[in-house]
Design a protein around this ligand. Structure first.
Ligand SMILES: [Zn+2]
Length: 260
């Protein structure tokens, strides 16, 4: 099993990154994709990916950081994306829930990053919150120019999932689905996701699964807990967790073109 969303550059991991990575592999995780959320963090994620075995990174600008996107950003992103550790453009997309950057800034940065991905023939790692229609409207013209795309930490409705699947997107499922307060709709639509479109991720240090027993002392999530998410997702899909883990590994190889 492979964690496609780990924010290893987070300051929450500053004191014990080596242990976090070691615990993940000891728990059976086979590989990690480290999320880059702006150009500086993407370089940090790349450096971490080069430091550890079985780690890769994304390079991009998160919707929250989209106000930082300038004329030079595309050139910087090209340079980063050509490094061997970087296997996807992102995290990029739209987040109209919090609007830390204006919608206009987010749309401009998202489209510019889709253009970079298309130019380089790289998959994209995307984020979308409360922006489904605009997200698809901006993405649609690029889909036939991209080798693949994942909507990470999918938390939308059944119809939104179907819209994404119909376009050939992969969906990244996090421990959000373990949350009995807000994950129920997602839980119910899990069986509608074809096994060859499903990816799993912790999005650590965020989104600690709420139903872990015993509850970890710290509220911090970490990639060693990926197995818990895989077990729950398999249970709600009525599948064997080992089979599902192998399927998602196959999807990682296909989408990101990496050997695990
Ligand atoms: Zn995200």
């Amino acid at each position: 099993m492979f964690d496609i969303g780990l924010n290893l550059t987070s300051s929450q991991f500053a004191k014990d990154r080596d242990e976090i990575v070691a615990r993940a592999f000891a728990a059976g995780v086979k590989g990690l994709l480290l999320t880059g959320t702006n150009l500086h963090e993407s370089e940090q994620a790349r450096l971490l990916a080069s430091r550890y075995e079985h780690c890769w990174s994304t390079a991009g600008v998160h919707p929250h950081d989209s106000s930082q996107w300038t004329h030079e950003s595309a050139d910087e992103l090209y340079a980063l994306a050509k490094m061997p550790e970087v296997v996807a453009i992102g995290e990029c997309g739209l987040d109209f829930n919090r609007n830390f950057s204006t919608p206009e800034e987010q749309e401009r940065a998202f489209t510019a990053q889709l253009a970079v991905a298309a130019e380089l023939g790289m998959p994209v790692f995307m984020h979308c919150r409360d922006a489904h229609d605009r997200f698809l409207a901006l993405l649609d013209p690029w889909l036939d120019k991209l080798p693949g795309a994942v909507l990470h930490c999918f938390t939308g409705s059944r119809q939104e999932a179907l819209d994404c699947l119909q376009r050939g997107l992969y969906l990244g499922i996090t421990g959000w689905v373990c949350d009995e307060r807000r994950g129920l709709e997602l839980r119910e639509l899990l069986p509608a996701i074809p096994a060859d479109r499903l990816l799993v991720e912790t999005d650590a240090p965020y989104l600690l699964p709420r139903d872990m027993k015993p509850k970890p002392a710290s509220r911090r999530n970490e990639p060693a807990y990926l197995g818990h998410i895989v077990e729950r997702v398999a249970q709600w899909r009525e599948e064997d967790p080992h089979w599902l883990a192998a399927q998602t590994d196959e999807n990682v190889r296909r989408l990101f073109g990496i050997t695990i």
